[in-house]
Design a protein around this ligand. Structure first.
Ligand code: BTN
Length: 254
């Protein structure tokens, strides 16, 4: 099955919505899902209440990239989170295309690093039950020209930076949206046609600190081990003195 694109290279059947300002593109996508049953990419030039993983705020001044992809996936709830790796791999390649550098890497679960600094994060939100998913929203934030103040993110594992600070220039947000939308559509087809194994392989090729020592800080405890693999469910596999441990959710330090 091939992905269809229009003459501008935009995936056919996917709405492209541009906003000057919104509270959160993820929140807007969830509201959109209530009235529109077609997939969409929603980009805002400024968010006033951007949200990050684990309930953290995500600051988004003008010039950065804030966009969310609304989808109506047909896979079961247990597989829906795998789309975060589809998004991470797509974002990685979109950034490499528009702001070339060998310094990009993927940090589990779904951050993009540039020269060891965090320049992008992904937040998945979904509505549904074990019996079926109503909608999935994949929110992507990229620090194109601004990085948040370190005090806002002191709990985070990797110091934030921006593409501008790292490379001296940064792509335009709308241009980045167009490339991400294409790459995501292509990689989503790979997931549907070839299964997660295809995406897992791509993700591992660019994983930061694979084979190195990492500490996973979960809600309950801290586990240190060698970052060995990403498993078929998207868990981080650590080899520890007590054996192999699969991490499902954590902040990662290395
Ligand atoms: C993280 O904590 O690393 C994830 C950050 C995700 C931020 C993006 S910006 C666009 C979308 N809208 C939001 O409110 N959050 C996501």
């Amino acid at each position: 099955m091939s992905t269809e694109f229009d003459d501008d290279g935009w995936p056919i059947g996917v709405d492209r919505i541009l906003l000057d300002e919104v509270d959160s593109t993820n929140a807007e996508a969830a509201r959109h899902a209530a009235t529109h049953k077609s997939p969409a990419w929603i980009l805002a030039h400024r968010q006033t209440k951007g949200r990050g993983r684990r309930g953290r705020p995500w600051a988004d001044p003008v010039g950065n990239f804030s966009a969310s992809h609304l989808m109506f996936p047909d896979e079961p709830l247990k597989d829906v989170a795998l789309n975060s790796f589809v998004a991470a791999v797509s974002l990685f390649w979109a950034l490499k295309t528009l702001a070339p550098s060998d310094g990009y890497a993927l940090k589990w679960p779904n951050d993009v690093l540039l020269n060891g600094t965090k320049i992008a994060g992904i937040l998945l939100e979904t509505s549904g039950t074990q019996d079926g998913v109503d909608w999935l929203v994949i929110g992507i934030g990229v620090n194109l020209v601004h990085a948040p103040d370190i005090s806002d993110v002191e709990a985070r594992a990797t110091p934030p930076s921006s593409i501008q600070a790292q490379l001296g220039k940064a792509p335009d947000a709308e241009e980045l949206l167009d490339i991400i939308a294409i790459d995501f559509a292509v990689n989503r087809k790979k997931l549907q046609n070839a299964g997660f194994e295809a995406i897992r392989g791509l993700w591992l090729q660019h994983a930061a600190n694979l084979g190195g020592t990492v500490t996973a800080r979960t809600m309950r405890d801290e586990i240190t081990g060698t970052f060995e693999d990403l498993d078929a469910e998207g868990n981080l596999i650590l080899q520890t003195p007590k054996g192999r441990v699969a991490i499902t959710a954590a902040d990662i330090f290395f």
